[in-house]
Design a protein around this ligand. Structure first.
Ligand code: ZN
Length: 80
């Protein structure tokens, strides 16, 4: 056990957002022990497993694609 792990056990993890996947799904990393969490499909925080990383990557791609389409739409409507 490392001292930072003991700190986390005593005081709880100190998560910060490391990645915004979508408006609702984010990835968090504990600044002390580097434990990673993510938001699952139920909106609950869960450990960031390789499976969740895959899901998040897919979500991110879809989300960015949507954003890009939205942006293009906005540009279009400002022309007319
Ligand atoms: Zn921690």
């Amino acid at each position: 056990m490392t001292p930072t792990k003991i700190y986390c056990d005593l005081f709880g993890h100190n998560y910060e957002i490391t990645k915004k996947v979508t408006n609702h799904v984010k990835e968090y990393t504990c600044t002390c022990c580097k434990k990673q969490l993510t938001t699952d499909s139920n909106g609950q925080l869960t450990a960031l497993t390789p499976k969740h990383q895959d899901i998040n990557l897919a979500l991110e791609r879809i989300y960015n694609h949507k954003l890009m389409r939205l942006k293009r739409k906005t540009v279009h409507s400002s022309i007319y």
